[in-house]
Design a protein around this ligand. Structure first.
Ligand SMILES: [Zn+2]
Length: 58
């Protein structure tokens, strides 16, 4: 099962949740602290944006 990263804005707490891709599509994860999902946002794990190249080149 893949693990997904989330962040609860209510608690200011990042957490991970392991669920199937189907579950992930159907509903948001619940925060383990406040047990709400409306303040939870998804985080994209293991993706790095390549925008810091400018400073390295010069
Ligand atoms: Zn929370």
């Amino acid at each position: 099962m893949p693990e997904y990263e989330y962040f609860c804005r209510h608690c200011q707490l990042p957490f991970t949740s392991a669920m199937s891709v189907k579950q992930h599509d159907e509903r948001m994860a619940e925060c383990p602290v406040c047990h709400q999902s409306k303040e939870v946002e998804k985080r994209i794990a293991h993706v790095y944006t390549v925008t810091s190249r400018k400073s390295a080149a010069w």
